[in-house]
Design a protein around this ligand. Sequence first.
Ligand SMILES: [Zn+2]
Length: 458
Amino acid sequence: MSTKTYFRCGKLFDGESETILSDQTIVVENGKITQVAASSELPAADDITEADFGTNFVMPGLIDVHTHLAYGNAKTEEDIDLYSSLEFRALRGVFFARQVLASGFTTIVAPGDSGMVSRAVRDAIDAGLFEGPSVTAAGPYITSRQGLTDWYPTWIGVPTTSIGVLVTSRDEQIEQVRKQVKEGVDAVKIAMDGILRRPNGELVAAFTMDETKAMVDEVHRLGKIAITHARGREATLYAAKSGVDLIFHASEIDDEGLDAVLANNCAICPTLTLLRNTLDFVEPEDPAFREGRANAWRREFDAAVENLQKVRKAGVPMPIGTDSGFAVTPFGEWHAREIEIFVKDLGFSPIQALKAATSVSARVVRPKDKVGRIAPGYRADLVALNSDPTKNISVLLERDKFAAVVRGGRFVSTEKTLYDPKRVSDFAMTISSDLYTRERVAELMMQRASHEQGSRLN
Ligand SMILES: [Zn+2]
């Protein structure tokens, strides 16, 4: 039996061209695309399997370059770092990777996870042990005493199960890059945002320019992808000047930062989904919204949108990423929301946003994955939709709009698998949700009484 399959496509977006073609056939052999041609040129034959997407919109499998496989849909930083073993996180990561694939995302980057969890998930999927997207894996974020992920007091330090690893000298920075590369990562993640703010409100970077450059140079010398988390102006500037491959957020990028991004051909992944979901869904009593923090989130979102529109206009490559793995961005649910945000907030046309989610995102995945395009030589990762996303980008968020998801030429399930979230994360040992002073108790009693009176009246 021939291994050749003809995928008959009603409409085809190839990931690169902004022209949508009609009545095309994709020829797939041994998991790879070998030919794309008008259907009339490739008549049916007895020895060739046919997959009929004649009424569908077909495009490359989607890519999310910002997921955290070890996080487990976490509600707290302790959830991320402390409460489950690395072994459990790896098994959980396999499950969640599967949920991502079922939502049409056939490739992910996992930049920053505890231990070698992402690498383990990557290898298990590559070996065919589990179905999942292909994973570009990183180890823990490299951080300093002034950096993101070093969030516990110094007397606790950064636990070995944390998503960060603390380096306290120039030698340790370089040693950590070499260690992670030896352990098999595809990418190295550096936590560039600091903790302190200057009197003008600006975030101080976690590393100096020289330190950043030394780490990025070593990552590149060893042939790996350099990735940074950087919201602040200074962190973004140092990352860009060091020539990192990918910057997450860049919310406070200024003209100097943008010039460095352009000069060094860096990509910027806004990852606005986390912020947008927080603003839209988090309940007023949630800690995320306490003490006027809602306004701070909104200011950051608005500033990021303004700055990132400039980034788009300057022609910077902007991949799609969601920060999936938090309770507000659970796996398999919101990956396409970033594509929607690109259209609704950042001024991308739908077709440009689809390019961002395919060929543009593909530039920051491990080189051995030839993905993000429908062209000869590329892996046969495809999604077929019942609806045209260039007319309404939001259909990508709706599972029932997916007629099929294909990875490496094979059909995969688009079903959601249910699980018990309470047994997956959420292990923080919170005893009380409030502080019960006599005053607070009196207030609560008043509230309860008026609530009871209200419900009696209804
Ligand atoms: Zn992240």
